[in-house]
Design a protein around this ligand. Structure first.
Ligand SMILES: Nc1ncnc2c1ncn2[C@@H]1O[C@H](COP(=O)(O)OP(=O)(O)OP(=O)(O)O)[C@@H](O)[C@H]1O
Length: 238
């Protein structure tokens, strides 16, 4: 990782879903510093999840440049973007994307299986993937008894916490969280955000956090409205 580089650097990025006549996202510039926490909000359907997918290399823009910690994602094939994400980006998806038949513990461990880099960082920190998975689960208030249960048998709030532990394991340099508190009760929302901020700070990770919940925005030094990043609408074919 290039620590001096911004965690996120988007330049003249335009993206539309197939068949659309206008850009779903058309952003001149967005930068997030290494280790910085940013709260991103915007109306439903405005493109927040799409932006996160572009930053995480899940999608590639039709135009422009996306770089994460100095690594250009644009220009990489989907497989190379997936490998980069596995090594360096923790992604808490809005729909969690857990493997339903795997138990909670195996879901949390999955990134370390795909990414030797994550397992190596844990080894350097003097721990193991299994010990770290259990530590994160305990921090997230997931009882030991739940860890061997298939993800499909967990409540939505429990699945959300498993997804968070899976994103955090192995100290990725960037954590992307798409409405990660929406299924949690009010008490758990604050505790969850405390944990996310503390873990990111301990790992020196940047956190890009999307939420509709304005109360949570107070915990971030920088708040960004997606509408303010967008350029005036133009034809996607332009
Ligand atoms: N897979 C897809 N195929 C086609 N269009 C899509 C797809 N996913 C999202 N869109 C469209 O892209 C636009 C932005 O959607 P997106 O999910 O990024 O918004 P959002 O701001 O995250 O919304 P919400 O707050 O409701 O989660 C919407 O018009 C949506 O219909």
């Amino acid at each position: 990782m290039t620590n001096a580089a911004p965690a996120i650097d988007l330049r003249q990025v335009s993206f539309h879903w197939p068949g659309a006549r206008e850009w779903h996202l058309d952003i001149d510039h967005f930068e997030q510093a290494a280790g910085e926490g940013v709260f991103l909000n915007g109306p439903s359907g405005s493109g927040k999840s799409t932006l996160l997918a572009l930053v995480g290399g899940v999608l590639a823009p039709q135009r422009g440049q996306v770089a994460v910690h100095g690594h250009a994602l644009t220009g990489l094939r989907a497989g190379a973007r997936d490998r980069f994400r596995a090594d360096h980006i923790g992604f808490i998806f809005q729909m969690f994307n857990l493997i339903p038949y795997l138990c909670a513990l195996d879901n949390i461990l999955l990134p370390c299986r795909f990414s030797p880099a994550r397992a190596k960082r844990l080894q350097e920190a003097g721990t193991t993937p299994a010990a770290e998975a259990r530590r994160l689960a305990a921090r997230l208030d997931l009882e030991t008894g739940l860890l061997k249960r298939p993800a499909a048998e967990l409540s939505v709030g429990q699945q959300q916490r498993v997804a968070a532990a899976r994103a955090l394991i192995g100290r990725p340099a960037l954590v992307i969280a798409d409405e990660p508190t929406s299924a949690l009760d009010a008490g758990r929302q604050q505790a969850f955000l405390d944990l996310l901020l503390a873990e990111c700070e301990a790992a020196g990770a940047a956190l890009l956090f999307v939420s509709h919940d304005a109360r949570l925005s107070r915990r971030f030094s920088r708040r960004v409205a997606l509408e303010d990043l967008k350029r005036q609408p133009t034809e996607a074919s332009a």
